[in-house]
Design a protein around this ligand. Sequence first.
Ligand code: ZN
Length: 309
Amino acid sequence: MISRASVLLLLLILWPAPSMPADNCKNTAEVVEIATGIYVRPGKHTVVFDGEAAANIGFIVGNRCVAVIDTGGSYAEGQALRCAIRSVTTQPVCFVINTHAHPDHMLGNLAFREPGVFYIGHKKLARALALRGTVYLERAAQQAGRPVGPEHIILPDLSIDGQLRLDLGERVLELVAHSVAHSDNDLSVYDEKTGTLWLSDLLFMEHIPVVDGSLKGWLTLLETLKQKPARRVVPGHGPVQDTWPDAASDTQRYLSTLREETRERIEKGDDLREAQKTVAYGEQTRWQLFDSYHKRNIIAAYTELEWED
Ligand SMILES: [Zn+2]
């Protein structure tokens, strides 16, 4: 029996790729070609998502069309990425892949909206955006100093549960929707042609990891992902690429230290406030933005581990 997703995928493949309209490109994002046809726009380590490029985002060029992987934290960032695409290829964009719901990765979505562009995300992405979207827009408006309307949140046309293969024209991407880890709607992209594993925020480097899903789930998933042979990996924050699976070591060390030291505090009977003063401060000098996210990570860890057997 042919599933609905397969029928839709077939339609997507047969759909004539749209031609991109001319853009007025005042700002073009600077991108790095990390492997043939794979471009990454490096993010900076910042908690401000408007006017700053916080996350690693980019695109992959096939013989038929282009897949965008994350769109940045604002319309302007998405537009600058779109201009970067125009600077390297005449192929149209056919897919916008959102790796998860966090605003620094998806608030540039609107810049790619036109007929023939399909938005793709995890099956839980729409739910996450329904729960958090308004808050993300309010925060973006505060940072921008102007209203940021609901049109900036674009829900997926195709939601993935499990795996999906996308053909960009002699270039197949394997998308995987993961169980709860960094968030509850993480999606990874693997480019078979170059052996590039785009993990987005399932992997942090330099920038402290942010736990918004499950600490234990994330550690388990990293162990599984490490078994996947890949020539290179793209983290959501940090360098535009690194070697796999070695690149996982810092994220794994931070998360397991957070898990072990939180467990110790819970066993000793410390409450959350006490735990926030003591857990995993040995990691402080190893990460950028430690002060912005570490205490929140302890809350996430404590809440998750408090009731475990
Ligand atoms: Zn994230």
